[in-house]
Design a protein around this ligand. Structure first.
Ligand code: GLN
Ligand code: ZN
Length: 745
């Protein structure tokens, strides 16, 4: 068959460049120091580099249109003409319209940014309404295909599929527009076929979450229609991040030529495939290499799984479980990692080799596979931590009765109703960043650095006293990042030097790697918190990142259950809480902004997750006395779905992002009988806008109507590290004044 899929492929590849070239270029374009031609040249160079890399690695089937100027959902929105009127009307050129949708301009706020499934990547949410006019605009896919062809490389253009596109969109019943959108995809496919495209990849990951019968019927219907097109490329429907469930038989019931299944995160896919009986005329693209984590694949196990798939379908190809977008580019850039660790790792480039090897092994059955890894080095094991874990009892996750605790805390703290506070960080000024860079480079010694940071803490304390806040923070000037900071101080973690992963747009993160047992050699935050507390009589909150968030924003070992790793982190935090308490800190905040984002996509898996997630938080926070007040902080998500888990955390006070959703969370909390302290955010810190006094008063009045004043806290939505001092001072002044006004009324 000339149009065979091939033996090996990847579903996508990092697009930021080996040295974050893309980030630098696109930011230069936004700053006006690089023009559009310069930007496009750089993009073309990065694309060519990826395709050549994949070809030279002898990957059979190479994707294109996986490059993006900002985000692949946004690219798909443009490809189907879903450009909201507020942007079209700006009269900007194509590229600037695109960036306006991504980043917003004065006259037109950006599309909403939200989490891509349960990953740490964020996509732009398309806006689809009954009057959205779709129009096929496959220019980007066509030009990438042509660019690769001119380099002698045949590629498979990738688009988000129509059903997932609508399921992830917002507006008035977007999914009702499926038939219209399929018309547009039909036009796109025909155009691609005219250009000589043999295969196209349409991504439908939305079907690994629970879907209604109507949504599954929609999927079947859409691909039947696309499948019946007289003139089209062969269609590969890719799914990832979990089990397809009932959507698998629906998809098999269409004329599409290939189906991609995640066999790493979707353990049930294999069973489902077997139940469907032999698949004639279909290629199964087996996602055997984990696209979301950085460990080397157990190739023997993968070959065995691949062989099982081969017994069920006409043809099997090997792939990554999802796009490699979610892992760093190339392990060979990491020259400072412990060799014991680096031999166990595979980044995107190394995963391509694994896929190629597996593809050959499955075809020939003879390829010799590299030896499996020896067991982890003994130095990664902490028997004391393991012993503590084994000895844990349920009471280790329990504190005294909440009402009693609250009374004792109030006695000790003597706070007014509606106490005012902030979430932890104060602005990370250019000067602070410079000091950190100088410290890293060795031009500022430890003593000089500490002195600089202490001076910052003192200023932050004085500012808060001047503003009249009730509960102070030290401002977190010493923290580069709320996870990395702890990773650098805990055993069992490793940091990479180039392990960047795109989070959204030009923003990249460098997640630490948790490879061994987690232990805390020495206290991590006590010196900073006690220094801050020594400067003031008002309570200063200790500030820690919770176990769930630390795991969510790291690459985590897979050789033991996540729950165990979470508990190990929790034990380290528990010791830190105790040390803070012993040093005189009366309030400790343990941030869990990622609690919602790692919630499993299928409801059936959520209970088990919440059990260990809540358990780990409680383990971390229940070692302190009743009169020590534990706060937690949640943000970046809608928390409605995990509302009972928030209560189960058993924190004394929860601060939670609420200003954009107009305090809805308070109703949700009231509905479950939540009776602890709560601080709904009254200042949207994601925007440079200073909330006017009356707006904060309004928000607080709404809040007081839902929660008794004695349990209500007044705080911003999140930390202030991305804001400037003038914004912070003005906004906090309004916050404190508004609290006083509402208190008095
Ligand atoms: N304490 C952290 C800060 O204020 C919390 C950040 C977060 O929730 N993302 O920066
Ligand atoms: Zn936050």
């Amino acid at each position: 068959m000339t149009t065979s899929f091939g033996q090996s492929t990847v579903l996508g590849y990092p697009r930021i460049g080996a040295h974050r070239e893309w980030k630098k270029a696109v930011e230069a374009y936004w700053a006006g120091t690089l023009d559009a031609t310069g930007l496009e040249d750089l993009a073309a160079g990065l694309r060519a580099e990826v395709w050549r890399t994949l070809r030279d690695a002898r990957l059979d089937a190479i994707p294109s249109n996986t490059f993006s100027y900002y985000d692949h959902m946004l690219d798909t929105a443009v490809a189907v003409g879903a450009v909201p009127r507020r942007f079209a009307r700006l009269g900007l050129g194509q590229l600037d319209t695109y960036f306006a949708m991504a980043r917003g301009v004065d006259a037109a706020p950006a599309l909403e940014l939200t989490k891509w499934f349960d990953t740490n990547y964020h996509y732009l949410v398309p806006e689809i309404d009954p009057d959205t006019v779709f129009a096929a605009d496959p220019a980007k896919a066509l030009s990438e295909y042509a660019q690769a062809r001119d380099l002698g490389i045949t590629t498979r253009p990738v688009l988000v599929g129509p059903a997932t596109f609508l399921l992830l969109a917002k507006g008035e019943d977007p999914f009702a527009r499926l038939d219209d959108l399929v018309d547009t995809y039909a036009r796109i496919l025909t155009t691609l076929a005219d250009a000589g495209v043999a295969w196209v990849q349409l991504d439908e990951p939305a079907y690994v979450a629970d879907r209604t019968t109507a949504e599954i019927d929609g999927l079947r219907h859409a691909y039947r229609r696309l499948g019946e097109l007289p003139h089209r490329p062969r269609i590969f429907v890719a799914t990832y991040f979990g089990d397809l469930g009932d959507a698998l038989p629906a998809l098999l019931d269409t004329p599409v030529e290939a189906i991609g299944l995640d066999l790493v995160a979707g353990a049930g896919n294999l069973r489902r495939l077997a139940a469907a009986g032999p698949l004639r005329g279909k290629t199964v693209v087996a996602g055997l290499v984990d696209g979301r984590n950085i460990w080397r694949t157990d190739l023997r196990a993968a070959v065995a799984a691949g062989a099982t798939v081969a017994g069920l379908a006409d043809h099997v190809a090997v792939s990554t479980s999802c796009s490699l977008l979610h892992v760093p580019v190339d392990l060979s850039a990491e020259t400072h990692l412990d060799p014991e660790l680096s031999t166990r790792l595979a980044f995107a480039r190394q995963k391509v080799d694994e896929v190629v090897l597996l593809g050959r092994a499955l075809r020939d059955g003879t390829t010799s596979l590299p030896a499996p890894l020896p067991p982890a080095p003994p130095a990664w094991r902490h028997d004391d931590v393991r012993g503590r874990l084994a000895a844990l009892r349920p009471t280790d996750r329990h504190r005294g009765d909440y009402a009693e605790r609250a009374a004792r805390q109030q006695e000790r703290l003597g706070l007014p109703d509606l106490p005012t506070t902030t979430i932890g960080s104060f602005p990370q000024t250019a000067e602070l960043r410079r000091a950190r860079a100088a410290h890293r480079a060795g031009t500022l010694d430890d003593a000089g650095y500490t002195q600089r940071m202490r001076a910052e803490v003192e200023q932050v304390i004085r500012l808060q006293e001047r503003l009249g806040l009730d509960v102070l923070v030290h401002g977190e000037p010493e923290r580069n990042d709320m996870v990395q900071y702890f990773g650098e101080q805990l055993d069992g973690f490793a940091a990479t030097t180039h392990g960047w992963v795109q989070s959204y747009g030009s923003r990249c993160v460098r997640p630490p790697i948790i490879h061994g047992d987690v232990a805390r050699p020495v206290p991590m935050t006590v010196a900073w918190s006690t220094y801050a507390q020594s400067l003031t009589d008002r309570p200063v909150k200790g500030m820690l990142t919770g176990p769930v968030t630390i795991l969510a924003w790291s690459f985590v070992r897979t050789d033991q259950p996540l729950a165990d790793t979470a508990d190990q982190v929790a034990l380290a935090l528990r010791d830190e809480c105790r040390d803070l308490e012993a040093a005189g800190i009366r309030i400790i905040q343990v941030d869990e902004p990622a609690l919602r984002e790692t919630l499993p996509l299928r409801r059936a898996d959520q209970k088990a997750y919440l059990e260990w997630a809540v358990g780990a938080f409680r383990l971390a926070t229940s070692g302190v006395a009743d009169d020590t007040q534990i706060h937690t902080h949640l943000c970046y998500s809608e928390f409605g779905e995990v509302i009972t888990a928030i209560d189960a955390l058993d924190a004394d006070v929860t601060s939670i992002e609420a200003s954009r959703s107009k305090m809805e969370i308070l109703d949700d909390l009231a509905a479950i009988g939540y009776r602890r302290g709560v601080g709904p955010g009254v200042w949207d810190i994601h925007s440079p806008r200073v909330p006017p006094h009356h707006e904060v008063v309004d928000a607080l009045r709404r809040a007081v109507a839902a929660v008794p004043a004695r349990r209500l806290w007044v705080n911003p939505d999140c930390g202030l590290k991305t804001r400037t001092y003038p914004e912070v001072e003005a906004s906090l002044r309004h916050l404190v004044a508004a609290a006083a006004e509402v208190r008095a009324s």
